[in-house]
Design a binder for this molecule. Structure first.
Ligand code: G6P
Length: 369
């Protein structure tokens, strides 16, 4: 088993460290930066559909649902198509309004999740076109969808999803850019710029992983917390949800993710010195707003762990701990900001003596309702 773990103590850590590779594999043969071209073989026959569709519905569960939320931000921003993201388990039981005009994207690492499969069957009966984004080649979901894109992240053994999530986000980024190009909602020069940057993301993820020792030290400070809050805005909001899910599922610390501005509608009542708050505060469109959210937490004695862009000075002055990630354009923040949150959850769980690869009560794939 040690051999399978490639020298890492746990599969989860190995899979976290595999992300430069898995993201690279996921993009291979799909992006051509010099030509400003995205090629998604699996969706080729459906290019017209993508170009003309009025709305997209994303269905998924768990971490895959979080990837879907990132996808919503990206597709709406760049391809300008309205997107709804649904829990498969809710979608399937509420007589959803769906027709042959709709496009459904089902996201699943395993390709076997029962609720996601049922949601697909239902949408199919109503005539919708279904795309799959799956990791396990030849699984059930890729077999029942009309078209799809594999994430190619390689086998994921740790129950808590890590590299599959960043690969799903990568595929959704590709779909957003591809669709934007088809619809003419992005300029060719902007696309070339973004694809060129996307091509460097595996290296930047490698760089982001270098915070590991620093995150380990921070984990030491917060390992005995009973609760933890994760905040983010824009596409960093789903990253906050994912950070909270990682922590709760493997360390059993109660954790919640919130859009930073929603804090004042409830969670702020919980803030005191025993409530660490992890904030994604990178230098992007909502930077100033997030800074005021940080001040609100500080004013109530809360401890801030901030994920910031490299070289940031402003947040450093306010936060108790900062973790830097490389500076990237806005669409790529989720891919990088996720990394330190995975490491934080991992180290805290290990320090608490938890079984990180196989947390209690959880299964890698949920094939029953
Ligand atoms: C389980 C796993 C999660 C996963 C979710 C959805 O809860 O523990 O890691 O995100 O199922 O699984 P899927 O294979 O459909 O992505």
């Amino acid at each position: 088993e040690m051999l399978e773990k490639g020298g890492y103590e746990h599969f989860m850590l190995k899979e976290i460290y595999e992300q430069p590779r898995s993201i690279h594999d996921c993009m291979r043969g799909r992006i051509y930066p010099e030509q400003g071209k995205v090629q998604l073989g699996g969706l080729k026959e459906y290019t017209e559909k993508l170009k003309n569709v009025d709305r997209i519905i994303i269905v998924a569960c768990g971490t895959s649902w979080h990837a879907g939320l990132v996808g919503e931000y990206l597709i709406e921003e760049y391809a300008r198509i309205p997107v709804e993201v649904e829990y498969a388990s809710e979608f399937r039981y509420r007589n959803p309004i769906i027709s042959e005009k709709d496009l459904v994207i089902a996201i699943s690492q395993s390709g076997e999740t029962a609720d996601t499969m049922a949601a697909i069957e239902l949408a199919k009966e109503k005539g919708a076109t279904i795309f799959g984004i799956c990791n396990v080649v030849g699984a059930s979901i890729p077999r029942i969808t009309h078209a799809g894109v594999y994430t190619h992240a390689g086998p994921e053994i740790g129950v808590a999803s890590t590299k599959a999530f960043t690969a799903q986000v990568t595929v959704l980024t590709l779909i957003a850019f591809y669709t934007a190009q088809q619809r003419g909602t992005i300029t060719q020069s902007k696309l070339i710029e973004y694809l060129t940057e996307l091509n460097t993301i595996p290296q930047l993820v490698e760089q982001a992983l270098q915070v590991n020792n620093h995150v380990h030290a921070i984990a030491q400070k917060f390992k005995d917390s009973a609760n933890c809050l994760f905040l983010g805005r824009g596409s960093s909001f789903p990253v906050a949800l994912e950070g909270a899910l990682k922590l709760k599922e493997i360390s059993y610390i109660h954790a919640e993710g919130y859009p930073a501005a929603e804090m004042k509608h409830g969670p702020i009542a919980l803030i005191d010195e025993d409530m660490p708050v992890v904030v994604i505060a990178t230098k992007h469109s909502s930077y100033e707003k997030v800074i005021s959210n940080i001040q609100e937490v500080k004013a109530r004695g809360g401890h801030i762990i901030a994920i910031v862009s490299e070289g940031d000075k402003e947040v450093r002055e306010m936060a108790d701990y900062v973790i830097e990630i490389p500076q990237v354009s806005e669409p790529f923040v989720p891919l990088l900001a996720t990394i330190p949150l995975q490491l934080l959850a991992y180290h805290i769980a290990v320090m608490r003596g938890c079984n990180v690869d196989q947390p209690r009560n959880l299964a890698k794939s949920v094939t029953v309702e």
